[in-house]
Design a protein around this ligand. Structure first.
Ligand SMILES: C[S@@+](CC[C@H](N)C(=O)[O-])C[C@H]1O[C@@H](n2cnc3c(N)ncnc32)[C@H](O)[C@@H]1O
Length: 256
């Protein structure tokens, strides 16, 4: 079937024209994604298009995403693809690297990092098993560049038992993402026993949850966030505000 015009696809949200163009001109390799992911890619990956990046996708299948990403990113980008299936090694195309291994194997991931890291963008479209998604994230997150983006795809498996999911199931990736939300806000904890400072707060700048994709952005911020007050062209920054909170000296005026 010829790919229909964008309007007929009825995908919500603005979409980078590249994606529609690609759908209409795709080659013989099947690209297997969900339609609404194109909106998410458009929002999340746009800033990474304008310069050479190192991109890693876990999950090759029949190699359809290789020309897709090759055409999307800057031509001098390094594009790395990983799959557990050895047959995928034959799918490498110019400008791409395929490595065969298990995304839940820390030693394989360490070798991958040693060869290609750090990465600017990581997209996990592999087994979709929650435990694997978590292992890959934990092993690869430290090797994401400052300003980098880690996306986990098909997180609806967090609701499927066969993948280690279920409604509010401990160990699902969605529950793990909720924990990342807490970690990101650990600067603000008033409960040191129940919610001690979590050093992940220093690198988690955003956890954006879409239907079936979680996008996690890294920005290194070693010091506690600081509020500011701007008036009459002057700026006051209170870098000790959170420390004062710890000392119990905070009042309820968060607008200072
Ligand atoms: C959904 S497909 C990838 C689709 C591809 N990214 C695309 O867009 O066309 C998932 C792939 O993950 C691979 N896979 C499954 N378990 C894996 C694991 N533990 N480690 C690495 N790859 C795995 C499968 O062999 C399969 O090729």
């Amino acid at each position: 079937m010829k790919a229909p015009a964008l309007a007929k696809l009825s995908i919500p949200g603005p979409i980078d024209p590249y994606f529609l163009q690609y759908l209409q001109q795709s080659g013989p390799r099947p690209l297997t994604k969900w339609l609404h992911y194109l909106t998410v890619y458009s929002r999340e990956l746009g800033p990474f298009r304008t310069r050479p990046v190192t991109f890693l996708e876990i999950g090759v299948f029949r190699g359809g995403s290789m020309p897709f990403w090759r055409g999307y990113f800057h031509p001098e980008s390094v594009l790395v693809f990983v799959d557990i299936n050895p047959d995928c090694a034959d799918l490498e195309i110019e400008g791409t690297h395929v490595r065969i291994g298990d995304q839940s194997d820390p030693e394989f991931l360490a070798r991958l990092v040693a060869e290609f890291g750090p990465f600017d963008c990581i997209l996990d479209d592999g087994s979709h098993v929650c435990a694997h998604q978590i292992t890959s994230f934990e092993r690869l997150w430290p090797h994401l560049t400052d300003g980098g983006l880690y996306m986990v795809e098909d997180t609806h498996t967090s609701y499927w038992k066969a993948y280690g999911g279920g409604y509010r199931q401990q160990g699902s990736f969605i529950e793990y993402a909720k924990d990342l939300l807490d970690a990101m806000h650990a600067w603000y904890s008033e409960q040191d026993t129940a919610f001690p400072f979590d050093p992940r707060a220093q690198s988690l700048s955003s956890v954006r949850v879409y239907d079936s994709i979680v996008a996690i952005e890294k920005r290194w911020q070693p010091d506690p966030p600081a509020p500011f007050a701007a008036s009459n062209g002057a700026l006051e920054i209170d870098r000790t505000w959170l420390a004062k909170t710890k000392a119990g000296a905070r009042d309820d005026d968060t607008s200072r």
